[in-house]
Design a protein. Sequence first.
Length: 138
Amino acid sequence: MSSWRRIGISALIIVVAFLLGLVPMWLSSRKCTNELDQVKRDLRLSKMENDLSSAAINARRGEYELARQASSRVFTSLGAQCDSSAADLTATQCESLRPALAQRDELITLLARSDPASADRLTNLYVAYEKAMNVASK
């Protein structure tokens, strides 16, 4: 009976030692996962901002096809963000960007026609995007 008791106590000590090593590693992993999720969110938002500024600059330079492609990516990303339940944008940000999303077809058409007015429209869209991002972060 005493040998079974020693085996039981040894098994219990091994399990406790395993858990003492596992719990801190699990907490560390959870923290790193949360940080990674935040960095991915920030990257997606930065990519949208980068595409939008690239579209505005390309339109100013007269490179309308590149501007059209970049603005199309922006509108697609913004639309997906505002329609998704697990979005990177808040409801307030989406509501402030809805008027900008409504301009999609008109702006893409202006860019396809190489209309210089598209540069001003893209610049206004960039300002609206910046305003929406800054309002929510305050």
